[in-house]
Design a protein around this ligand. Sequence first.
Ligand SMILES: NC(=O)c1ccc[n+]([C@@H]2O[C@H](COP(=O)([O-])OP(=O)(O)OC[C@H]3O[C@@H](n4cnc5c(N)ncnc54)[C@H](O)[C@@H]3O)[C@@H](O)[C@H]2O)c1
Ligand SMILES: O=C(O)C[C@H](O)C(=O)O
Ligand SMILES: [Mg+2]
Length: 595
Amino acid sequence: MSSSQPYPLPAKTPLYCALEGKALLSTPTFNKGSAFTATERTTFALEGLLPSTIQTLDQQVQRAYGQYRACDSDIAKNAFLTSMKEQNEVLYYALLARNVKEMLPIVYTPTEGEAIGNYSRMFRRPDGCFLSVLEKGKVEGLLAGWGGEDEVDYIVVSDGEEILGIGDQGVGGIGISIAKLVLMTLCGGVCMLRTLPVILDCGTNNPDLLNDELYLGLRQPRVRGREYDDFVDSFVQAVRKLFPKATLHFEDFGLGNARRLLEKYRPEMACFNDDIQGTAVVTMATIIAAAWVAKVEVLDLRVLVYGAGTAGTGIADQFRDVVIEGGKSKVEAVKQIWLVDKQGLLLHSHSPTLTPAQMAYARADSDFVSVNTRDLTCIVRAVKPHVLIGTSTHPNAFAESTVKEMSTHVPRPIILPLSNPTRLHEARPSDVLAWTDGKALVATGSPFPPVTLGKTGKTYSIAECNNAIAFPGIGLGTVLSRADRISDKMLLAAIRRLAEHAPALKDPDAPLLPDVADVREVSKDVASAVIRCAVREGLARVAGIPKEEEEEGERELKMWVEMQMWEPEYRPLRKAGPEESSRAAKGELGVVRRA
Ligand SMILES: NC(=O)c1ccc[n+]([C@@H]2O[C@H](COP(=O)([O-])OP(=O)(O)OC[C@H]3O[C@@H](n4cnc5c(N)ncnc54)[C@H](O)[C@@H]3O)[C@@H](O)[C@H]2O)c1
Ligand SMILES: O=C(O)C[C@H](O)C(=O)O
Ligand SMILES: [Mg+2]
C-alpha cells in the first residue's frame, strides 16, 4: 500500500462538526467554552448557553492555571487536569504546553502512577477503548467505532500487568495508555483526534483489586496461555485491518509477554514496545553523552544492568547492537555486559530459571567462584563497570558501598537509576553525587530536583532518562512516513540524533539529556532522522518526503515535519453535513466520528 496523502490535519485547517448546543459543549474535541466566536455561537445553537464575553485561549489558560494552582496536592492536580481534558482538549493541551516542566510530573510519571493505582476510586468519566477478554468476538466491531482507515495514526495499548514499577493494575492500566498519548500529542505533535488509547482487560492477579468491591475491571484472575494470545491477536489483527497506516505502541505488558509479543508482531507491522525499545533508545543516548563527558569510548564500556526484566534486557540488547555496529563481534559485545536479577549475577547455573533474553548474557560460574554474586558491591568490585543501570523496582539498591566501589575503578561512574515511580529508584541523585564528590554522571527515570553539593557549592541538574524523551519523536517519524515497520536502524538513527541534543556535549557539567520542556523541539529532529532512515530502508509509505540528495534536503525535511505537527490552538468550526461526514470517513477532513 502506498499513500501520497499528506497528514490530514495540518495546523489551521477548519474542523467540521455535526453537533450543536449542549452536545457540542460536552464534546471535548470540539468544545471551545468561552472562546466560541459570535458566528459559531449562532451557527451551533450556543446562544444562551454561554456567558456573553468571548475569551481568547490565553485568557482561558490564565484562568485554568489559577484553578490548577488552587489544588492542594499532586493527585488533586492530576484529577483537575483529567477533568479539563474531558471538557476541552485544546485548552488542556495549551495549558500543558505553556507549563510542560511543571505539569508533566502531574499528568505522567510519577503522579499518573498514583492515579492509576486509584483508578476505580477516582473514576468519573471513561476515556479510551476498553476491550474485555470475555468479549473476544467483539473486538473488531468495537474498534471500528473509532474511525476509518485514515483516521487513526497512533495507538497505545496496555494489558495493565506491569504498570511502571507498581505491578498489576488491571483495567486502571488505561491510564498509562492515555498518559503516553498525551505526550505523543504534547511532545510529538500527533493530533489527539487521531490517537487511540486501549486497555485489554484480561483480569487481574492483584489481590487488592480482586477484593475491592469498587474495582471496575474484570474481577477474575488473569487469563493466560492460548486464550490470552488469541485475545491479543484478535486485537492486533483488527488494528491491522481497520487502521493499516497506524503505529501500534505496546506499554507496560508483563515480563512474560512484552518481548514475546514484540518479536511476534514486529516483522509484520509498525509496532513498538516502549519499555523495551523506547527505554533502550533514551538510555543508549544517555550513555553516549556520558561517555563523551567521561572521555571513554562507547565501544569499550563495561555495562552492569541491575534488574534484568523487560527494560533491563532491552537496554542490554541495544548496547550490544551499538557495539556490534561499531565493529566488534557479537561475542565480544556480550562480554561487556553483565546482568543482575533476583538470583544475583546471572550465571549459566541459573539457566533453568532464565528467559532467553537473560540467557544471552549469563556468565560462566567458573569465572566468579571467588565472588559473592549475590552482593552488588562484590559484583561491582569484580566487574568494574563504567555504567550501572537500575531497572529493578528495588528502592535504594545502589548503596553507598556499591557506588563508592564503582568510583574506585572508574573516574566518572555513569549511574542511571531508572525505576519508576520516584519512590522505587535504586538511588537518589543527591546521594550518588555526594558519595562520589560530584564525579558520577547521573540520570534518573523520574524527575528529580537539581542537587547542590555542600562541599563545593556546585549545582547539578539531573537529566530525566525516561522513554518519554524518545518515543514521541520515534512515533512522529513513523506516523509521518507511514512506515511499514520500525527497524533497528530507525531506532539507531533516533539514538544518534537524540544524543546530539545532549546539553552535556556543549558543557560537560550540563545534563546528559535535553530537558523535558524541550522534547517537542527535539522530537522534530528525531522524527526527521527516523523518516530519513525509513526512506533509505524502503519502509516509508508516503510520497512527498523531501529528498536527501536535494540541497537543503535536511532542513526541508525538518520543516515538512514541523508543518504537520498539531498545535493546541482553536480551529474554525464549520457545520458538517452528509458530504463532509463521508469525506471525513475517508480521512479528507478533520472530523472524528467518535466525537
Ligand atoms: N525510565 C524509563 O524510561 C523506564 C522505562 C521502562 C521501565 N522503567 C522502570 O524499570 C522498572 C522495571 O520495569 P520492567 O518493565 O523492566 O519490569 P520487569 O518486571 O519486566 O523487570 C523487573 C526486573 O527486576 C527484577 N528484580 C525485582 N526485584 C529485584 C531485586 N531486588 N534485585 C534484582 N532484580 C530484581 C525482576 O525479577 C525483573 O526481572 C520499573 O520500575 C519501570 O518503571 C523505566
Ligand atoms: O512510564 C514511564 O514513566 C516510563 C516507563 O514506560 C515505565 O514503565 O516506567
Ligand atoms: Mg512503561
